[in-house]
Design a protein around this ligand. Structure first.
Ligand code: GLA
Length: 382
């Protein structure tokens, strides 16, 4: 991809880029809809990324070509009066967030290319934010802690784009570690890298379903969690366990009870999953993934028929150590863990199983845990 991105830059701008960056997408193995409740998550950055090749320009704007869309944008670094939409809003949001922090970013021109499916629930937006910020920082000669970078990306998405996401996706994209999943405490932002057992291959199953209203449904879930925490007298659902939830059950209507139960039990499952991976306890991994999917489906109600179907197909294939939806839900991807060497069987049998329904045929990718965002090329002083 690096060579392709450089090529695309040469074609577009008739010259050489000074900087090439890569920022990965992510999958999450356990802990969905827990990050904005100050809870635990277990994502891994994957070997599919958003790439940008760029060089500085003397103007105060970003002149960018998105090769995947065959579209261009010119985004001011000082005037934010006209709001961009779609992919452009993420770039503008990062520029705005940096501006808000008083950071003066120099202008640049660049090409964005991606081998990460866009809008499939693999955090293409967080990857784009992280990649743009990485270019901004190199151009400005600023070194920033990856966790700080993640906060800027989240701020841009929360305040500019209007998606009230938690911090998981940006942290995974900024702080990912090769061959490891990240066990993150979203309250303290402490990260522990947990080695992925070498016997396990991770398969992404993309249902190819995209829900138009996913972002507003997401914000509604977030609000429900906040309201449940308030009614139970805690700062966030992170401060509850099942016993405490039972005690305040009467203060909650049945919907809030279900939403809170998902978060509380999902936090517990995430802690257990860390141990199950460390011990390579495949039975436990499988049952935790099944319980998590059921909870996201019935209590949090963010799954959909297509996700439920691929998960139930995958679970029943020999060599599969468990499957669940991953990320926000409302379509998007599931993740399956399989015994190394059985990926071909999983993909074939899963395709056969999928055909039993009239849903779109899912796409599958085997992925690896990859390093977080990196500057892969930096030619001299910019
Ligand atoms: C989206 C958000 C994350 C997280 C997940 C669900 O990916 O961006 O912050 O809340 O959904 O776990």
């Amino acid at each position: 991809m690096q060579a392709e991105t450089v090529q695309a830059f040469r074609r577009r701008f008739d010259g050489e880029p000074k900087v090439v960056v890569r920022a990965p997408g992510r999958i999450n193995l356990m802990g969905d809809h827990t990050d904005y409740n100050q809870g635990f998550v277990l994502p891994m950055a994957i070997n599919r990324s958003v790439w940008i090749a760029a060089r500085p320009i003397p103007q105060h704007h970003i002149d960018v070509y998105a090769a995947d869309y065959n579209e261009t944008a010119c985004i001011s670094l000082i005037d934010f009066s006209r709001k961009e939409s779609s992919w452009k809003s993420y770039i503008q949001g990062v520029a705005w967030a940096a501006h808000e922090r008083g950071m003066e970013m120099p202008g640049w021109q660049g090409v964005v290319l991606s081998d990460l499916p866009i809008g499939a629930g693999l955090s293409s937006s967080a990857a784009l934010e992280t990649a743009v910020l990485s270019v901004d920082l190199v151009m400005a000669g600023i070194h920033m802690d990856p966790k700080e970078m993640a906060k800027i990306g989240q701020y841009a998405e929360n305040r500019w784009v209007g998606m009230k996401c938690g911090i998981m996706d940006q942290l995974a994209s900024c702080c990912g570690q090769k061959d490891h999943v990240l066990f993150i405490d979203c309250q303290s932002m402490e990260i522990q890298a947990v080695k992925m057992p070498t016997e396990i291959d991770v398969v992404i199953i993309d249902t190819r379903i995209k829900r138009e209203l996913a972002s507003s449904a997401y914000n509604v879930r977030r609000e429900a969690c906040r309201s449940a925490a308030e009614k139970c007298g805690v700062d966030s659902l992170r401060d509850m366990d099942v016993k405490r939830l039972d005690q305040c059950a009467r203060s909650l209507d049945s919907l809030l009870r279900k939403r809170a139960r998902h978060v509380v039990t999902e936090n517990e499952r995430t802690l257990e999953m860390v141990n199950a991976l460390r011990d390579y306890n495949v039975e436990q991994i499988k049952s935790l993934m099944a319980a998590s999917h059921a909870s996201l489906r019935h209590d949090f109600e963010v799954s959909c028929d297509e996700l439920d179907h691929v998960v139930s197909c995958a679970e029943n294939i020999q060599g599969c150590f468990g499957a669940r939806m991953t990320g926000a839900g409302f379509g998007g991807c599931a993740v399956a863990l399989v015994h190394r060497g059985t990926v071909d069987r999983l993909t074939q049998e899963l395709l056969a199983c999928s055909r039993q329904q009239s849903f779109p045929i899912p796409e599958m990718y085997v992925c690896r845990a990859e390093q977080g965002a990196e500057i892969v090329l930096h030619r001299g002083a910019v």
